[in-house]
Design a protein around this ligand. Structure first.
Ligand SMILES: [Zn+2]
Length: 404
């Protein structure tokens, strides 16, 4: 499944990745770690201002160095980046995995892995990769603060390095596939959430155009680690994905409207409603890093917004809990008037970068290898009076099409 435009995730196509299991041959097309240039960025800077283009390029370089410091990468990650005017200065930008692969997990569940991660796992399979791992788009109309700008950040500026790093982390796999796909496409109020809808179709663009065969709901590898906080019990969100996949419409032909009718009248729809409800109650959903059980070790996801917000809820971490914490990077809105480095220092600089300890735990859980860097314990209490400005949230993809 390929995604072509980080700002329009309905723009996607089926690809045949020739995913053949082969226990003897590793893919020979991937490059081995030579300890250099493991985040490779191809920047298409579409403005007539070379100085700013150079600053954008430098920002990506710094973001790459931060990721490279935190993770042990064995295969270069290729970022296809474009910096261009996006119409409104309210839009910051976005990033997305260029290709997702469906891989069967040890719990016999197929989940979606971003290409950047699949490359690092060195699976004994022969895989056809997309030319880039992450597609990133950033808005040249925004008044950005660049890392090499002289003078302090102004109150209305956003630190582009913080935004670029945040988006690249999504591209590495920090994203849930639970979303309001059907309601968003039909432009009706959100009534339930599901994992990503996969389907077979003879069309290769967006779902509503014609009929399709529904193939099931697919979680991402990130979703595997989400638990539902329920009076101390930790039920896996994946059990609800399994319930949804009991829907009798699997392998049947629909158009979007008939799919919606049948799904809403199915017993499984209660589950979709339940997840929507969980997405708007604070502390309902937590990413529990691999090997942890205690609530305090969990990474609380963003479920505090009163109304479900696609692209903000679930795919980020709790704003109030982490906006002044060393794990501030994946809150849903960007901080205006404060630089990323200031946030790191004010929150105790526990890891030496904006990738905080819980975020490291999340990246490790989904399959990345962490560099052996020291992590300071959390002993600092912080009082911060920065202003926060809401920004356009990170939209994730719309549909997946899987051609089995
Ligand atoms: Zn985001």
């Amino acid at each position: 499944m390929d995604f072509h435009d980080p700002m329009n995730f309905g723009n996607s196509t089926i690809v045949d990745c020739a995913l053949n299991h082969d226990d003897t041959n590793l893919d020979t097309s991937i490059q081995l770690n030579d300890n250099s240039n493991l985040i490779q960025v191809t920047l298409d800077c579409q403005i007539n201002d070379q100085k700013t283009c150079n600053k954008v390029e430098n920002t990506f370089k710094l973001a790459g160095e931060i990721i490279n410091y935190a993770l042990v990468l064995n295969t270069p990650i290729i970022v296809d980046a474009v910096f261009f005017p996006m119409g409104s200065s309210n839009v910051l930008g976005g990033a997305i995995a260029s290709r997702l692969f469906s891989i069967t997990d040890e719990d016999n569940t197929e989940r979606l892995y971003p290409q950047a991660l699949v490359k690092q796992l060195r699976l004994p399979i022969s895989v056809q990769y997309a030319s880039s791992d992450i597609k990133a788009r950033f808005n040249s109309l925004k008044d950005w603060y660049f890392p090499d700008d002289e003078g302090p950040i102004r109150p209305d500026q956003n630190d582009i390095l913080n935004t670029v790093l945040h988006e690249l982390i999504h591209g590495l796999g920090f994203f849930s596939s639970w979303k309001n796909y059907i309601d968003a496409e039909l432009q009706i109020p959100t009534s339930g959430l599901t994992p990503l809808i996969s389907y077979n179709s003879n069309i290769t663009t967006e779902l509503p155009i014609g009929s399709f065969e529904f193939m099931g709901f697919y979680e991402t590898i990130f979703d595997k680690f989400i638990i539902i906080n329920n009076d101390g019990k930790q039920d896996k969100l994946s059990t609800l994905a399994n319930e949804l996949n009991q829907f009798s419409g699997r392998n049947q032909q629909f158009n979007l409207s008939s799919f919606n009718n049948e799904f809403q009248n199915s017993p499984q729809f209660e589950t979709a409603k339940k997840v929507l409800s969980l997405s708007t109650v604070k502390n309902s959903l937590t990413f529990m890093p691999k090997g942890t059980k205690k609530t305090k070790d969990g990474f609380v996801l963003e479920t505090s917004l009163e109304t479900y917000a696609a692209g903000s809820s679930i795919v980020h971490v709790d704003f109030n809990k982490y906006s002044h914490d060393s794990d501030f990077l994946m809150i849903y809105n960007s901080v205006a008037g404060v630089t990323m480095n200031e946030l790191i220092i004010k929150s105790g600089n526990r890891t030496g970068s904006a990738i905080g300890p819980k975020l490291l735990g999340a990246l490790s859980s989904i399959g990345y290898t962490l560099a052996d860097n020291p992590i300071k314990s959390s002993t600092i209490s912080i009082s911060v009076s920065n202003t926060f400005s809401l920004i356009v949230s990170c939209q994730l993809f719309l549909y997946i099409i899987i051609n089995h």
